[in-house]
Design a protein around this ligand. Sequence first.
Ligand SMILES: [Zn+2]
Length: 427
Amino acid sequence: MKRTIAEVVLVLALICAGFFGWQNLQKGNQAHAALTEMETASKAHEDLLKESEKKVKAAGEALAAVNEEVVPLKAKALELDAVKAAVANGPLLQDVEGLYKQQKVLSVERQLGLGALRMLTKGSSDPGVAEAFQKALQLSDWSGRKNTICAAQIGLAATGEKVKVMSECAIQPEVAAADSGHGEPPAAGGHGDAKAKEHGADKKDAHAAPHWGYEGAMGPERWGSQFPTCGNGKSQAPLNIRGPFVKGRIGVAPDYKAGPLRLLNNGHTIQVNVPAGSKLRIDGIAYDLLQFHFHRPSEEQIDGKPMEMVVHFVHKSAEGKLAVLGVLLKEGNENPGIKTLWTHAPAAEGPEVAPDEVVFNPANLLPKELQYFSYEGSLTTPPCTEGVRFFILKTQVNISREQINNFPFRRNARPVQPLNDRVITEG
Ligand SMILES: [Zn+2]
């Protein structure tokens, strides 16, 4: 009996042990699940942490990059402050102005420089700033140098003047570099092209990058790609002048004065910059003579034929309207006026020269008779701006064969343009 009881107790004990064991096993399983869960959570946390670390690292790198940019910017700002401080004294500006005045040389570049210097010393609202940039724009309009046109336009815009800045003037160093790179010689192969080749894409040299020419990839058919008006304008110049003509009653009266000779080879033509005082009256309205320059052959044609050369006298009214008086040059006797000009004209592209004590009167190049053909046209060089009134004198003036040959440009004439719905008047 004892044995039976012992057996029962043993069995019960075993059952109990089994039960507790099972219970413990259950608990263990639960603990394991909890542990796994915790492990998963911790893994997720770790991932999050890693990601956060990555983000922090990236932010740190970005900040370092910004700092790298800011440090040189700070240096630039300091430099600018230094320049400002150096030129803040009025006398420096006066010195520079005095120097330029004394030399009677105010090229486009110097006008730009004066504008910039004035802006630094007196602020953009100073009327002299706008004046300097206006003058630069007047001179650069006809030279067609994109860099100078852009500089003058951007300068004027900075003064708050209403000026349309050409889309190609966006300040992008890479674009400027690309522009400098594709410089090809213009028709007459100005010296500037050789310079451009020597120095490669030297962005600092305003003369290094001709953006247009009279031949090949830079020729008149391609001007429109960089200067849209040249391609899509409807009142472009020059024209083939042929009848029928409408009678014009506009009176033109040149009043040109002798003054110190200042001239340059701008890579596209020989240009004489005229000191203030010479005027052309058109129906009583005064237009200031700014400059005159030459084309070979003449850009205008009479009944489909060009003359050997033409001289364009470029004028501007107080309202900003441009007018060109054209004098056709035909082969004949030597022209004394041109003799003076050719003696001092630089054979290669370069800045303006002012030979000592040489005085010139542009009237020397005019015929006595002032009958004309007239039409609305444009600059005949980029940017081909329209709204230019042309008066082409019927009377031609002599130039000798030798003088024609000594003009440093073999060919610098834009082809004639479609008349469209314009009329040519004669008067
Ligand atoms: Zn011209």
